[in-house]
Ligand binder design. Structure first.
Ligand SMILES: Nc1nc2c(c(=O)[nH]1)N[C@H]1C(S)=C(S)[C@@H](COP(=O)(O)OP(=O)(O)OC[C@H]3O[C@@H](n4cnc5c(=O)[nH]c(N)nc54)[C@H](O)[C@@H]3O)O[C@H]1N2
Ligand SMILES: Nc1nc2c(c(=O)[nH]1)N[C@H]1C(S)=C(S)[C@@H](COP(=O)(O)OP(=O)(O)OC[C@H]3O[C@@H](n4cnc5c(=O)[nH]c(N)nc54)[C@H](O)[C@@H]3O)O[C@H]1N2
Ligand code: SF4
Ligand SMILES: [Mo]
Length: 898
């Protein structure tokens, strides 16, 4: 009988509830959980494709030491022996953990406890440093605690939603869908998007402010100065619950209007429109994400935003408040357990002696770290310098995601002892490990995560552990036990959660925001069936509930939000305004005249280790690209679909040029996802300098001075292949999963002498298989196809210009039968056969609908997203592509009107 299990999506911080169904034959399918308060049944393209990403291809299934298979005992003993030796000889600060917001809270709790309480160093940092640390620092400066005051419903209740540095449509798609639905139901609601690029999110915006990179402090300072002249200021709130308004206002009002225009790159009327909207609209929510956090002024940007909400008293009430959107599924859980090097546990502070004493007593630990450890960038610099000699990396891929990524790779390579716990055997980071530990992945692991609105949900296992893979909390506890530390005898994640919940309430009495004390001491069975709940969660200090009440039902609204009536966590209970001033930025750099901006695309997750497995997800955008403005493209001499080489003093990348008016002049956007497993040279973090925000230590991943020039190839290629292409000998290559095999984009600076031999090697073809094909010396066109009976094994299409072959059609040939010679020749001709129109690049990944099909439907009279959906189904499942469909319709109608 099929079994259905409620669990949580492992991707973004929206934290959608998922129902995973396992059929008798082991087949897994997923659908949205209609009862989960975050998504109420919705899922985005990534969530919907979860079942396609859980196969065992490429999985790490047993421990390895120096590349050979080992048993768990031997591997764990090796870790203990090497870590202990370094600690004995060089002290606890000579070892480090680098962990991740993709760990479950239980894993994270054990990692933090082991390092800070038992090894006795705070050298544990996490990829959340690259993600949320500026928000953490900003919250702590303003509120005295790292508190996200609001909840998702606020986006629906607001009359104005400001999205700054957030591409919500692609990065928090279900929240975007909730917002879009609320706006459709209540058209009076306004949305403002602040982003240097006109992203898909901007498509629902009433106002898009194409801000100059890092112009945010100036913009929100300008807003504060404007608000101070109006009645929007909440004098009562200011007087009762805050301090420091005068200084913040003085700092904000030091700018003339022309200076504000210059620093933000915005026009006078745009600025006035935004300021006026904010001034007039009490129910305002300001959401922010990496365009704010990932900056050398990230913490100041956060406080500039918080200042405006504090000044207007718009915080903690329905439909109002600043809202830091967290990226990873458990970014918030990581903050709760104190996973950052400068935090302790349960929202306690490492620099506070009482907090340290309390945590040490609770843990009964032999020691407690008494000063902050190294933050990610400094941590890898210490690895490079050799002061950190043993490193354990868990659930993150720093060779791809850290700034100055080539230097990080060199540091890891040079480190005397590196442990990597991952689900995959080969990642850019895992390939440098001395010890590889196989972890459980989504669908196998078991524990809790906390989403952006402080809602704790269970991730449950629905599949057995593959091979010898074991949970991350288990790996950490085993190492702790083998180091002879007591307090790590956990038998299940439930026991870890119990301890974590108890610590949150330990000597708390309202002094700390994070308190889930009533969830300590739960019966195992209640933990197993725990429904999603939101903190603060003590239910009037009563005993553990028999079953937790669904949120919203029994509690008054105010209990779900923080700070409507003050109650901040600074001594004295007041919030603090922070006086911020825009940093001086030098925008003239003759050698590196462009600004590189990096971020995400809709259907890939970070370093692609999971989403890269899905053919459907990979067909939306199948290769790394650079978005640039048409005039810049002309200036540097690159045509559409040409290749572009982007360089900084730290490294370079070669990617496809995507020329678009959505991009601002002088700016180039490159996604962060591609890495050495999927492309020749597209790890964009190799270009990003290790420059950080001075308060948070968060790297500035969005504003990098670079040069750009065309990459001149003598030939360009496209290929499809049943087997995964092996290390293509090409100056540019990018591979992607495709239905029935793989697809590859290629470019060559020099001629290859023997193309059939090149194909045999690259596509792992039998040595005796002969190609069918033709070569035209005049035009440089070359087509080669290799068959096994009536099945296509591989086909290569080459030309002197970027190859015009229809990609989706070529991919479909991998699954087609090629019984007769005519069919095979059509393939070599590289055109879709008659009656088989090319669907074009995939727009809707749920139903695999391509752009040409949508254009066709528009031409036949479907002039709305709904009409296209009725005809083609496109956009009717997860809805993540609706903005793109709307864009295509608008484009067609505009073209028709010309
Ligand atoms: N599809 C997908 N979704 C994801 C992820 C993923 O990998 N793929 N990752 C998740 C994670 S961990 C995170 S942290 C979130 C990130 O979610 P987001 O922060 O929404 O995503 P990004 O694309 O990194 O950046 C957001 C926007 O900031 C803009 N920006 C750049 N510089 C500036 C600036 O100076 N000011 C302003 N105002 N804006 C600027 C960029 O143009 C970009 O559109 O996404 C989560 N969701
Ligand atoms: N230039 C640039 N760089 C960036 C960003 C940017 O916007 N621009 N964004 C930054 C941000 S916000 C983030 S969050 C980071 C993300 O960057 P990373 O954390 O490096 O990216 P992931 O691909 O999510 O890495 C997760 C790794 O853990 C493995 N894994 C998956 N599940 C498990 C598990 O349960 N246990 C274990 N042990 N391993 C598991 C995966 O296979 C993968 O190797 O990138 C940062 N880097
Ligand atoms: S919005 Fe998409 S990626 Fe994010 S949690 Fe929901 S289904 Fe997963
Ligand atoms: Mo993130």
């Amino acid at each position: 009988m099929a079994v259905e299990t409620k669990t949580t999506c492992p991707y973004c911080g929206v934290g959608c509830g998922v129902i995973a169904r396992v059929d008798d034959d082991g087949a897994v399918s997923v659908k949205g959980d209609p009862d989960h308060p975050a998504n109420l049944g919705r899922l985005c393209s990534k969530g919907s494709a979860l079942a396609e990403t859980i196969d065992l291809d490429g999985r790490l299934l047993h421990p390895e030491i120096d590349g050979r298979r080992a048993g768990w005992d031997e591997a764990l003993d090796r870790v203990v022996q090497r870590f202990s030796a370094v600690i004995t000889e060089h002290g606890p600060d000579a070892v480090a953990f680098y962990v991740s917001g993709q760990l479950l809270t239980e894993d994270y709790y054990v990692a933090n406890k082991l390092m800070k309480g038992f090894i006795g160093s705070a050298n544990i940092d996490t990829n959340s440093r690259l993600c949320m640390s500026s928000s953490v620092a900003g919250h702590r400066r303003a509120f005295g605690s790292d508190t996200v005051p609001g909840c998702y419903e606020d986006l629906e209740l607001a009359d104005l939603v400001v999205l700054t540095g957030s591409n919500l449509a692609w990065c928090h798609p279900v929240l975007y869908q909730r917002l879009a639905a609320a706006k459709a139901a209540r058209p009076g609601m306004k949305v403002v998007v602040i982003d240097p690029r006109r992203t898909m999110t901007a498509d629902i915006a009433d106002l898009h402010l194409a801000i100059r990179p890092d112009g945010d402090v100036a913009l929100f300072n300008g807003l504060l100065a404007h608000l101070a002249k109006t009645t929007a200021i909440d004098e009562n709130y200011l007087a009762a619950h805050t301090e420091g308004f005068g200084e913040a206002f003085a700092a904000a009002s030091g700018m003339s209007f022309p200076e504000l225009m210059d620093r933000t790159g915005l026009g006078a009327s745009e600025l006035r429109q935004f300021f006026g909207l904010f001034e007039r609209t009490e129910k305002t929510v300001t959401c922010y994400s990496q365009g704010v956090n990932q900056s050398s002024s990230g913490t100041d940007k956060v406080n500039a935003i918080l200042n405006c909400h504090l000044a207007t008293g718009r915080i903690g009430r329905p439909g109002m408040g600043p809202f830091s959107l967290t990226g990873q599924p458990n970014a918030m859980g990581g903050r709760e357990v104190g996973g950052l090097a400068n935090m302790l546990a349960a929202h306690m502070a490492i620099e506070n002696a009482e907090d340290r004493d309390r945590v040490q007593r609770f843990w009964g630990s032999p020691t407690i770290a008494d000063r902050p450890g190294l933050k990610a960038v400094d941590l890898f610099e210490a690895v490079a310098e050799g002061s950190i000699k043993a490193l354990w990396i868990m659930a993150t891929n720093p060779v791809v995601s850290m700034p100055d990524a080539d230097a990080v790779e060199a540091a890891i390579k040079a480190c005397p002892f590196v442990v990597v716990s991952d689900v995959l055997k080969t990642t850019d980071t895992a390939r440098h490990a001395h010890v590889l530990l196989p972890s459980l992945g989504w669908g196998e692991k078991d524990g809790t995560v906390t989403n952006s609105e402080r809602r704790i949900s269970r991730q449950r296992s629905v599949l057995p552990a593959p091979g010898e893979a074991r949970a991350d909390w288990w790996q950490l506890s085993e190492v702790a036990r083998r180091m002879d530390f007591s307090g790590f005898d956990y038998r299940s994640p439930a026991e870890v959660f119990d301890e974590h919940a108890a610590l949150s309430a330990f000597e708390n009495d309202g002094s700390r925001d994070f308190d889930i004390g009533d969830y300590a001491g739960l019966d195992r069975e209640i933990y197993e069936t725990l429904a999603p709940f939101q903190w603060p969660a003590p239910l009037n200090g009563s005993k553990a509930p028999a079953s937790n009440p669904p949120l919203g039902g029994t509690k008054p609204d105010s209990a779900r939000r923080f700070f409507a009536n003050g109650g901040f966590y600074h001594p004295g209970g007041r919030a603090r305004f922070v006086a911020v001033t825009p940093a001086e930025t030098d925008r003239t750099n003759a050698e590196y005249p462009f600004t590189l901006n990096t971020g995400r695309i809709r259907d890939q997750w970070h370093t692609m280790t999971r989403t890269g497995k899905s053919a459907r997800l990979s067909s939306h955008i199948a290769e790394p690209y650079a978005e640039l403005h048409p005039r810049d493209a002309i200036d540097i001499g690159v045509g559409n679909a040409g290749l572009i080489e982007i360089a900084s003093p730290h490294g370079k990348a070669i990617v496809r040029a995507l020329i678009t008016q959505r991009q601002a002049r002088g700016n180039i956007f490159v996604p962060m996802h591609w890495n050495d497993q999927f492309a020749a040279k597209a790890r964009v973090d190799a270009l990003v300098p290790p420059l950080t925000d001075k308060f948070s230590g968060q790297p500035a991943s969005k504003n990098v001075a670079v040069s750009a020039r065309p990459f001149l190839a003598s030939s360009y290629g496209f290929a499809v292949s049943v087997e995964k292409p092996v290390a293509p000998q090409a100056d540019y290559w990018a591979i992607a999963r495709a239905e029935g095999g793989w697809r590859a984009e290629l470019a060559f600076a020099r001629e290859v002498v023997d193309w059939p031999a090149w194909c045999r090697q690259t596509f792992a073809l039998p040595s005796d298989v002969e190609p069918l094909g033709y070569a035209d010396r005049q035009t440089g066109d070359l087509r080669l196809a290799f068959f096994d009976g009536d099945r296509l094994l591989a086909a290569l299409f080459l030309a002197r210009e970027p190859v015009a072959v229809a990609r989706n059609w070529a991919v479909s040939q991998l699954s087609a039968e090629h019984g007769n010679l005519r069919k095979r020749f059509t393939l070599v001709a590289g055109r879709p056969g008659a009656g088989r129109p090319d669907p074009g690049a995939t727009v809707c990944s749920c139903f695999s609908v391509g752009v040409n099909q949508i254009v066709g439907a528009v031409r036949k009279g479907c002039h709305s997203v709904e009409a296209v959906g009725e005809t083609l189904n496109a956009g009717t499942n997860c809805g993540s592509c609706r903005a793109e469909i709307r864009g295509i319709i608008d484009g067609c109608l505009a073209a028709a009107a010309e």
